[in-house]
Ligand binder design. Structure first.
Ligand SMILES: Nc1ncnc2c1ncn2[C@@H]1O[C@H](COP(=O)(O)OP(=O)(O)OP(=O)(O)O)[C@@H](O)[C@H]1O
Length: 366
């Protein structure tokens, strides 16, 4: 059992409040990802959980026990850093053994443990290699192995894959997900990469400027972002945004005027949205319907990804809209095209950035 609870956690450096009251529960065995742009405070939050930074205010509980003042080694956590932090003069075996030796584990037990973990991580052939003789992915596996041998209650990962190339990152993502299923340990993982967050997390915590913007499953955040920030941050290629003005509204829907003076009836609760209100309409590239009646534009850039093709379309009002189609779709550069905006896939955001509530839940979330 290992739950981690943050109650109104705050961090102040000099006079700047960097973490502005974060409350959150991380359930036993959950894989939680902290994601957000550079400087949002995700590493600081992780380091406070690890005990590497003091907590200015609030309570941190592990398994229900307040641990604000408990030293890092006694919190039952293991942290894996972006830089791997391996000892260069020690071989893989000794790197993994070091912490166990310090903890006073007998040599035979240490050896059994290390060999077991080396097998899981496919590091057996490298046990007597020094870190300098290993590839980036192998070094990262050693860093993970060093954490696993200690049987921590909670794993903390601070951008562990960001030094790896794209292909290896993809492979390590799958390995980490497999490892998590196998070890079933509570995991907190920090990244600025929303793809890592989407593919690995049970629960994503989106941070900005030291506050939590939204907490939810990957699909919850993808299909029901609660504000513009989350809508912009989650999803690749990102959601398109179009300025619109409310024509009429009701509890059932909002009719908005698009830049080309046509109207669209979006099924969201518009009960507090008077006519004339400026809103932002959001639609994901895969939901933009190419060659359907709608906004007129011209194909400016075509990105062929193989399975999918992205068309960057310059609308009449000068704005660019990205439409994602299957790989077979074809539209020559500079050709005219019409794009439909299916209302049930449209999101509306108010001037405060908050999403107007949609009536329908995504089928996988209903
Ligand atoms: N020791 C420190 N003293 C003063 N300010 C700090 C200190 N450590 C971090 N900060 C500030 O706190 C903020 C959050 O930093 P943090 O490293 O947690 O961000 P992050 O979201 O992890 O960013 P990145 O993805 O770039 O690592 C930043 O504005 C940073 O400048």
């Amino acid at each position: 059992m290992a739950t981690v609870e943050l109650r109104d956690i705050r961090k102040t450096y000099l006079k700047d409040e960097i973490i502005k009251g974060v409350s959150l529960t991380i359930e036993d065995r959950e894989f939680v990802v902290f994601v957000g742009p550079s400087g949002c405070g995700k590493s600081t939050l992780l380091r406070m959980i690890a005990g590497l930074e003091d907590i200015t205010a609030g309570d941190l509980l592990i398994d229900g026990r307040r641990v604000n003042d408990v030293e890092p080694a006694k919190r039952g956590l293991a942290m894996v850093f972006q830089s791997y932090a391996l000892y260069p003069h020690m071989d893989v075996y000794k790197n993994m053994e070091f912490g166990l030796k310090l903890a006073g584990m007998p040599a035979s037990e240490r050896s059994a443990k290390i060999r077991d973990v080396a097998r899981i991580l496919q590091l057996e052939p490298y046990l007597h290699h020094k870190p300098g003789q290993l590839s980036g992915g192998q070094r990262q596996r050693v860093a993970i192995g060093r954490a696993i041998v200690r049987n921590p209650k909670v794993f903390l990962f601070d951008e562990p894959l960001s030094n790896l190339d794209a292909a290896l990152r993809g492979q390590m993502r799958v390995e980490l997900a497999t490892l998590h299923r196998r070890l079933n340990a509570t995991t907190i993982y920090v990244t600025h990469d929303q793809v890592e967050a989407m593919t690995m997390a049970d629960k994503i915590v989106v941070l900005q400027g030291g506050v939590v913007e939204q907490v939810g499953s990957p699909l919850e955040l993808y299909h029901h972002p609660r504000n513009l920030f989350v809508a912009k941050f989650i999803g690749s290629p990102p959601m398109n945004f179009i300025p619109v003005v409310v024509e009429t509204s009701s509890t059932e829907s909002v009719t908005v005027r698009l830049p080309d003076e046509t109207f669209l009836d979006v099924p969201v609760d518009g009960s507090n949205t008077p006519a004339g209100t400026a809103l932002t309409l959001g639609i994901r590239p895969e939901h933009v319907a190419l060659d359907e009646p709608g906004l007129a534009g011209q194909v400016e850039i075509v990105e062929r990804l193989g399975a999918a093709t992205l068309f960057h379309i310059r609308l009449r009002d000068g704005q660019l809209l990205v439409a994602q189609s299957d790989g077979a779709a074809d539209h020559p550069l500079d050709s005219g095209v019409s794009v439909g905006l299916p209302p049930r896939h449209c999101h509306l955001f108010g001037a405060d950035g908050l999403a107007l509530a949609a009536h329908a839940r995504h089928p996988l979330l209903a």
